[in-house]
Design a protein around this ligand. Structure first.
Ligand code: PMP
Ligand code: GLN
Length: 397
């Protein structure tokens, strides 16, 4: 297909229209549906952190910050990672501030993958991964996550992972805690991945934006803490989910200096740098607001349970997540097979928006029966959504 004035998009991006999140949020606005689609909270981050950003703007921090990020934020990221996980990173050479985790991932893939390199990733996968690989001309090799039992957690089969690795594999692109399944990879699962990465001399890029949002007694384990992994791992995180400021788009990577230099080489021409006032406020957050984050975690767990109970009452098969903002609901108990057509009909017929899991998959079978619902919303919003779904289910009977 040639490019024309009316079809100017390059071939490698033609598979990507509008993101599913933008599409479903627009649909929620058009139909007046309750939006349990796009994962953003409907309450604000810690007040003192918001004030820090305002003060920084009023105080004149309004010109370009240094490309790698403001030193106080890089120091706060280093202190946080050391205190929480025992991982030491040099703030000057091993940490890079990015425009959200999204830029971190795209810059890392563009920096590390040659055209034709293969990247192994867990499927369903966060939507930006596929696009980042296409931009880089890299090839995705998905490994499915499937429920281990009805209503159970989603896990991968180690044999599938081994089979996905070939001599062309360059990167293992992980995401734990995992969007959209809510799985937090266990130490055993991470060790399986680490063994494969070391055996095949692969780089691991790991997206850990939900690192603090784990439930019950589940703890997040960064793969960089496993023996032999720090030197081959680019760890990505972001302030958006941790501090309920998804619109701030402050992210970062922690990695060995050579990898940070590589990612920085690309990142400096994508955006060069990111908003100084927000960076300073996130430094405050990492140093002073972790108690607030703990309270957020507990409150999210209650809201997870509230929405899980509601969806079960509607008749869906609910997979309670170990972490994240999201629940997977299986539509098959309603006598349906296809979660995507259910999710696309729901805003119109029930007044609720969810995200079809199939859109995060290459293999349509992996995601087909599932819809992702976000519970990072106020109780009254969750109750309204459940009420509408119950009324809809009643009408179907
Ligand atoms: N990775 C995952 C798994 C996500 O769910 C999201 C959305 N928060 C992102 C990356 C993007 O993060 P950011 O908004 O910091 O770019
Ligand atoms: N991470 C959010 C989600 O999974 C969406 C972010 C976006 O809209 N790109 O819902």
């Amino acid at each position: 297909m040639g490019r024309t004035l009316t079809e100017p998009l390059v071939e490698r991006m033609r598979a990507y229209g509008t993101t599913i999140f933008a599409e479903m949020t627009a649909l929620a606005q058009q139909t007046g549906a309750v939006n349990l689609g796009q994962g953003f909270p409907d309450t604000d981050g810690p007040n003192a952190m918001l004030e820090q950003a305002v003060d920084a703007i009023r105080g004149g921090l309004n010109q370009y910050p240094p490309g790698p990020g403001l030193p106080p934020l890089r120091q706060a990221i280093a202190a946080h990672r050391k205190a929480r996980y025992g991982l030491a990173y040099d703030p000057d050479s091993e940490i890079l501030v990015t425009v959200g985790a999204t830029e971190a991932i795209s810059a890392a893939i563009l920096a590390l993958c040659e055209t034709g390199d293969e990247v192994v990733l867990l499927e369903p996968y966060y939507d930006s991964y596929a696009a980042a690989l296409s931009l880089a001309g890299a090839v995705r090799r998905p490994v499915p996550l499937r429920p281990v039992a009805a209503g159970g957690r989603f896990a991968f089969d180690p044999d599938d992972l081994r089979a996905a690795v070939t001599p062309r594999t360059r990167v293992l692109l992980l995401n734990s805690p995992h969007n959209p399944t809510g799985t937090a990879l266990t130490v055993d699962e991470l060790q399986t991945i680490a063994d494969i990465a070391i055996e095949h001399d692969l780089i691991v890029v790991t997206d850990e934006v939900y690192e603090h949002l784990t439930f019950d007694d589940v703890v997040h384990v960064p793969i960089a803490t496993l023996p032999g992994m720090r030197e081959r791992t680019v760890s990505v995180s972001s302030a958006g989910k941790t501090f309920s400021v998804t619109g701030w788009k402050v992210g970062w990577i922690c990695a060995p200096a050579a990898m940070v230099r590589a990612v920085m080489t690309v990142k400096q021409f994508l955006t060069f740098t990111h908003s100084g006032p927000m960076q300073l406020a996130v430094a405050h957050g990492l140093l002073r607001e972790m108690e607030w984050v703990e309270a957020l975690r507990s409150s999210l767990q209650l809201r997870r349970d509230r929405l899980a109970d509601g969806l079960a009452a509607v008749g869906l098969d609910v997979h309670k997540p170990e972490a994240t903002y999201f629940i997977q609901a299986d539509v098959r108990p309603l006598g349906l097979t296809d979660g995507e057509s259910f999710a696309r009909m729901l805003p119109h017929d029930a007044g609720v928006v969810g995200i079809p899991t199939a859109v995060f998959c290459d293999d349509p079978d992996v995601g087909r029966p599932f819809v992702r619902f976000a519970f990072c919303k106020r109780d009254d919003v969750l109750d309204e959504a459940v009420g509408r779904l119950l009324a809809y289910a009643g009408r179907r009977r």
